[in-house]
Design a protein around this ligand. Structure first.
Ligand SMILES: Nc1ncnc2c1ncn2[C@@H]1O[C@H](COP(=O)(O)OP(=O)(O)OP(=O)(O)O)[C@@H](O)[C@H]1O
Length: 273
């Protein structure tokens, strides 16, 4: 029999799911860097339509976990399932082809290019007919229109002109372009690694709104963040990474931010069932 306190700390959120019911599942992921253990047998589930936050102290293994699930790092062992099918991504491009978009802290935007060129970077669309197939002409008009529609659909009203070079945008607007690009091309889920770390209050609000918009579109989101108020505002579940492992999975309803930090730092242990 468990006491109410045990129940609270165990929570329903940490039970592992059948990968056939998840968008993404990782099982027993291990990644070492020489003697350093990056991942020590980590399990993760991402359910349809949810925002899953990944929190943890510096060096807890958050980035390594994301990279090992999205082809940027190849795990030493373990399994990754997408829509119930086991995958083994060998590169980030493999994951992109499978409908997974990741926005890293170090933004992969091309500053000198305009917004629509950035949106379609690496996925440039050619003009129809011989103009595209023989002369390799780009469908700039179509890309511009679609970039504008994507930004508008995501409620990004502050960027008016798709011809504007990305280097002239504010940090928040640049982040918005990167997130909009991810949301436009992802068909499975979007991963955001510290999307608000370098942003001011207003810009952070814009990115949080974007996360909610992506969720409303039905795309699940994995959000890595150190910002507890942000995490508690947008996450459905919170995966707490610690020392290469998992300290537990909680929800904003089951725990307070203070309790989350205590679990994250090892001051409290989250008992698992
Ligand atoms: N390429 C690498 N070579 C050697 N060690 C690495 C490498 N990448 C990560 N590590 C180590 O693996 C552990 C987990 O690092 P990781 O970057 O995943 O942590 P994190 O939780 O994302 O941290 P932060 O919040 O500081 O970004 C750390 O001890 C780190 O030093």
């Amino acid at each position: 029999m468990s006491s109410p306190t045990d129940e609270k700390y165990r929570g329903p959120a940490g039970d592992l799911a059948d990968p056939s019911t998840t968008v993404l599942s990782a099982r027993k992921l291990i990644k070492t860097f020489g003697r350093v253990i990056g991942l020590d047998g980590v399990d993760v589930d991402l359910f349809p339509g949810e925002v899953l936050a990944i929190i943890g102290d510096n060096g807890a293994g958050k980035s390594t976990l994301i990279k090992a699930m999205t082809g940027a790092l190849i795990p030493d062992s373990g399994q990754v399932f997408v829509d119930g099918q086991e995958v083994s991504f060998r590169s980030p491009q493999d994951a992109r082809s499978a409908g997974i978009e990741t926005v890293y802290q170090t933004l992969a935007v091309a500053p000198a290019l305009d917004i629509s060129a950035n949106m379609f970077l690496g996925r440039e669309r050619r003009r129809p007919g011989v103009l595209g197939s023989v002369f390799r002409m780009l469908d700039k008009k179509g890309m511009k229109a679609d970039a504008g529609t994507s930004m508008a659909n995501l409620g990004i009203a502050t960027v008016q002109n798709m011809d504007q070079a990305v280097e002239t945008l504010s940090g928040g607007q640049r982040q918005a372009v990167a997130v909009a690009r991810a949301a436009t091309f992802a068909t499975k889920f979007v991963v955001l690694d510290e999307p608000t770390a370098a942003l001011g209050v207003k810009e952070t609000r814009q990115v949080l709104n974007l996360i909610n918009q992506i969720k409303e579109k039905g795309l699940p989101v994995i959000l890595i963040s150190h910002n507890m108020p942000n995490v508690f505002e947008v996450a459905d579940r919170i995966h707490i990474a610690r020392l290469g492992g998992v300290a537990g999975v909680i929800t904003p309803q089951s725990h307070t931010p203070t309790e989350a930090v205590a679990i994250m730092t090892g001051a409290t242990t989250l008992e698992r069932g």
